[in-house]
Design a protein around this ligand. Structure first.
Ligand code: ATP
Length: 367
């Protein structure tokens, strides 16, 4: 059971506050979509529009091409799984999972068989006769997932479902959730503010900020080729170097930055409309700096002084202050073999294909 979802120009206001501002998104049937963003950006509001618990002030929600405008939550092909996955304490796991089927008048034998099938899928078949209080947090979470899937929704809406779990269990459940989603093929729309979780589970991530969609793409696209300063900074550590486009020519984009002039390939532009004279920000992940010229194409960003460094096994993590702009702190991952001593000078180089030119200025990144 699966369905496509189409959100077109959805706006939701509460009084004069706009929680969602003209949001459009197309979700393919069977996709695992993660809505990612800071607290208050509108993730839950968007999920509630899909589930029908809120109506859009403007805009259209379609599921499998059908307008949901006048369809009540219980009549939608959606199920919502909340963070506090309230299981019925007095019921066995089997009865908890079968509950939605009972409401739909499915016979006892059939609903129990279906419940056991789902409990087997989440690894809890042997515990079918237990009560929720006999389970760990992670096990309860799995029962809630089995219960949500029992009614065979076309679209499962998950609001921070792993939020109550400790970090280790959370990482483990992320892998399980992804595997189960692929197995059942149901469209999942999952809300989180944890970028690692988003990267671990999503087919595509939707980065939200202040009621708007900032960026949409596969995890590696959002990490490697973010579209905005906000998206770049939300998806992991990044250095921002402010600059201005000097010229766009056939042999590259010429940019003046506070660390000197650089020439980058056209593919570095986050938006092809970025033009000469425009303020931009270069986004560079820490692992894209190199301490020396090395092999392959490189661009120089001048000399930098090591402020401090820590050894992480696979690399050193160093804080550097560029000679041309000592107020800026750059965080760079340097090779294992690099000599990272406070006070040492190194030549900062980067592979031009790893740099992204973002529109607008950001404040310099601080570690
Ligand atoms: P969190 O991660 O904290 O759950 P979120 O991204 O899910 O945040 P929403 O719950 O969608 O955010 O809320 C978006 C904004 O809309 C918030 O500023 C919130 O205060 C506001 N908001 C949500 N529901 C209502 C409501 N019923 N009345 C007024 N304001 C609301």
């Amino acid at each position: 059971m699966t369905a496509s979802v189409s959100i077109r120009n959805a706006t939701k206001t509460f009084g004069d506050f706009t929680a969602l501002d003209d949001v459009s998104l197309e979700i393919a049937a069977g996709e695992f979509i993660v809505l990612l963003g800071p607290s208050g950006c509108g993730k839950t509001t968007l999920l509630s529009l899909l589930g029908g618990f809120l109506s859009p002030t403007r805009g259209v929600i379609e599921i499998n091409g059908r307008d949901m405008g006048s369809v009540a939550p219980s009549k939608r092909p959606t199920t919502t799984m909340f963070q506090d996955y309230a299981l019925f304490p007095h019921m066995t796991l089997r009865d908890n999972v079968a509950f939605g089927l009972k409401m739909r008048k499915v016979g006892k034998a059939e609903r129990h068989a279906r419940a056991e099938e789902l409990l087997e899928m989440v690894g809890l078949k042997a515990s079918a006769s237990k009560k929720p209080h006999e389970l760990s947090g992670g096990q309860r979470q799995r029962v809630a997932l089995a219960r949500a899937l029992a009614v065979e929704p076309d679209v499962l809406l998950l609001d921070e479902p792993l939020g109550a779990l400790d970090l280790k269990l959370r990482r483990q459940m992320q892998d399980e959730l992804k595997a189960i989603q692929k197995r059942v093929g149901t469209t999942f729309v999952h809300v989180t503010h944890d970028q690692e979780e988003a990267m671990a589970i999503a087919d595509r991530i939707v980065v939200m900020n202040s009621g708007k969609i900032e960026d949409v793409g596969r995890p590696e696209e959002i990490y490697m080729r973010p579209k905005t300063v906000f998206s770049a900074s939300f998806m992991g550590e990044v250095n921002f170097i402010p600059g201005t486009v000097d010229a766009k020519t056939d042999n590259g984009i010429h940019i003046n930055t506070v660390l000197g002039a650089v020439k980058l390939p056209e593919t570095a532009l986050a938006d092809p409309a970025i033009s000469a004279g425009q303020k931009i920000t270069l986004a560079i992940r820490p692992e894209h700096f190199r301490a020396s010229t090395g092999a392959g194409p490189r661009i120089m960003l001048g000399a930098a002084k090591v402020e401090d460094g820590s050894f992480f096994g696979t690399h050193h993590r160093a804080h550097l202050s560029p000679a041309d702009y000592p107020n800026m702190t750059i965080t760079a991952h340097m090779p294992q073999s690099a000599m990272i001593e406070p006070g040492a000078w190194i030549d900062l180089t980067i592979d031009p294909s790893s740099v992204v030119i973002l529109p607008g200025h950001a404040t310099p990144a601080r570690p």
